[in-house]
Design a protein around this ligand. Structure first.
Ligand SMILES: Cc1ncc(COP(=O)(O)O)c(C=O)c1O
Length: 396
């Protein structure tokens, strides 16, 4: 028995709570976890029929598991996609999409403002297998189009970017991709479907690091790819079935529960981040604040148009380079010094020496990651306590 039926037109809060709720014969109200690596059959004939896809049924948790499937269906519903494949991490989602979709000789156009590991995967690993990559300025739509070649198969963007929260016009990129016979993938990890739905703006794939806001409490690592029934439901799923970078059912259960509170958490995260960004702008030691909700942000209007909230990542630059930035970090007592984001707990990072430490100094400079830059992923604590924690370092 299951209560998987849902209305795709429900709002994202209702979909997050109610869509694709798995229910066994025990009629449990809250989803149970199906912790098993394989499923048994009544007979050899039934096993053959299920393996051949002639009869529905679970086979092996590398590619089909009821808990993982519930998470996939719920996230697909929230993103407005037909299919979702859950992966072992956000990076596994990026790798899985590329390996399922691309072949030797294909070309990717990507923003140079991506998360460090994605940059490294594209620039150092995919190139070893004959997949070419061109990096362009995130915000310059004409540069994306100029970089397209006859063998371009994929445009890859993250919006807003990590850590400088630069946006890209998703509808404009989708138009460029489709005019040139390519596809667009958008990493939606910073905003989640609660604040931005790239598929409804024309993107072909949404990538998630579920590790972030979908979990929301910094417990599990996971990822997902959402898209249509053919490319994701068949091609990406087929790759997953064979290659196996799959999500564990336990993690899928944590993420499924995370989706239930996602809408309310995102609202609270955004509110805290916006007010903290405004406060940072007034601090003498702060040279610049990067937050799409500020009218000073170069793409504030695009953020208003394409997103239904401004997110909870705030970057700011202090005078005095690395030494001053590290001083701000080391003066905090409440805020966690960790590279993760999307947690109830506010985190602070020095991107130049952590998340973006493995890319070349030249690439870092091109991406605008200076030595004085700090990234905050604003959590759910009381605002006055966050301000007090930062004020100590800023005064130092
Ligand atoms: C925007 C973005 N995409 C992808 C990833 C990779 O996700 P994971 O750490 O789950 O592999 C991260 C991780 O920080 C990220 O910030």
């Amino acid at each position: 028995m299951s209560s998987e039926l849902f209305d795709p037109d429900w709002g994202s809060a209702t979909l997050g709570v109610r869509a694709a709720e798995p229910r066994t014969g025990n009629r449990e109200h809250s989803a149970s976890i199906s912790m098993t690596s394989s499923y048994v059959f009544e007979s050899a004939a039934q096993a053959a029929a299920v393996f051949a896809g002639q009869e529905p049924g679970y086979i092996y948790s590398r590619f089909t598991n009821p808990t993982t499937e519930a998470f996939e269906k719920r996230l697909a519903a929230m993103e407005g996609g037909q299919s979702c494949v859950a992966t072992a991490s956000g990076m596994a989602a990026v790798l899985t999409l590329c390996l399922a979709l691309l072949k030797q000789g294909d070309h990717i156009v990507s923003s140079r403002g991506l998360f460090g590991s994605t940059l490294s995967l594209f620039g150092n690993i995919l190139t070893k297998f004959g997949i070419e990559v061109s990096f362009v300025d995130q915000t310059d739509t004409t540069a994306w189009e100029r970089a397209v070649r006859p063998n371009t198969r994929l445009l890859f963007a993250e919006t807003p970017t990590n850590p400088l929260v630069e946006l890209v016009d998703i509808a404009a990129l989708a138009d460029i991709a489709h005019r040139h016979g390519a596809l667009l993938a958008v990493d939606n990890c910073f905003l989640t479907p609660v604040l931005q739905r790239p598929l409804t703006l024309g993107a072909d794939f949404v990538i998630h690091s579920a590790t972030k806001y979908i979990d929301g409490q910094g417990r599990c690592v996971g990822g997902a790819i959402v898209g249509d029934a053919q490319r994701v439901g068949k091609d990406v799923f087929g790759f997953m079935r064979t290659a196996g970078p799959c999500m564990s059912p336990f993690n899928a259960w944590v993420f499924l529960k995370g989706l239930e509170t996602l809408a309310v958490r995102m609202k609270a995260h955004c509110e805290n981040a916006h007010r903290l960004a405004e406060w940072l702008q007034e601090q003498a030691a702060v040279r610049r604040v990067f937050y799409p909700g500020l009218v000073t942000h170069a793409q504030h209007e695009l953020a208003r148009r394409q997103q239904s909230g401004f997110g909870a990542v705030v970057a700011f630059e202090v005078d005095g380079g690395r030494e001053a930035a590290w001083r701000v970090i080391d003066a905090t007592r409440l805020i966690s010094i960790t590279a993760n984001l999307g947690d109830t707990r506010t985190t602070i990072t020095h991107p130049a020496t952590t998340t973006h430490g493995r890319i070349s100094a030249e690439a870092r400079a091109q991406s605008g990651i200076t030595e004085g830059l700090l990234r905050l992923a604003v959590g759910l604590e009381d605002l006055q306590d966050l301000r007090a924690d930062l004020a100590r370092g800023l005064q130092a």
